[in-house]
Ligand binder design. Structure first.
Ligand code: AMP
Ligand code: ZN
Length: 116
């Protein structure tokens, strides 16, 4: 399922250009256009899922794929050993601005905790 008005569906469908670093049948990963760390990659399912609240039980494999991609991207970017963060914001109060789920993969600097 895709949403014709969704920015990330358009990236997954090659309608809008992005700096893609990894893809397979289920997911696409690309560099964030406004990076918050030297490595800032977004990993998305090809299927349109608006928020984490909308996940279905049958999405379990896809969600697993997001994290396996994050693992591989972190290794490839050389941030796995020092450490990196994965974040998925859900809805406005958490700062979600694009309503197609995406796993942020951030690394290459020390990341504060708790987040803002
Ligand atoms: P969130 O605020 O968690 O919904 O994250 C949305 C992210 O998408 C932000 O970090 C934006 O910088 C990023 N973003 C928005 N448009 C694009 C784009 N065209 N290509 C890559 N990243 C984008
Ligand atoms: Zn979408």
């Amino acid at each position: 399922m895709t949403d014709p008005n969704c920015l990330f569906c358009k990236i997954a469908g090659d309608e809008i250009e992005a700096d893609v670093v990894y893809q397979n049948d289920d997911i696409v990963a690309f560099r964030d256009i406004n990076p918050q760390a030297s490595t800032h990659v977004l990993v998305i399912p090809r299927r349109h899922i608006a928020t984490l609240n909308d996940l279905q039980d049958e999405d379990a494999k896809t969600v697993g794929s997001l994290f396996l991609a994050a693992r591989d991207i972190a290794a490839r970017e050389g941030i796995a050993a020092d450490g990196f963060r994965t974040v998925m914001n859900c809805n406005a109060a958490a700062g979600q601005t694009v309503f197609h789920i995406h796993l942020h993969v951030l690394g290459g600097r020390n990341l504060d905790w708790p987040p803002g």
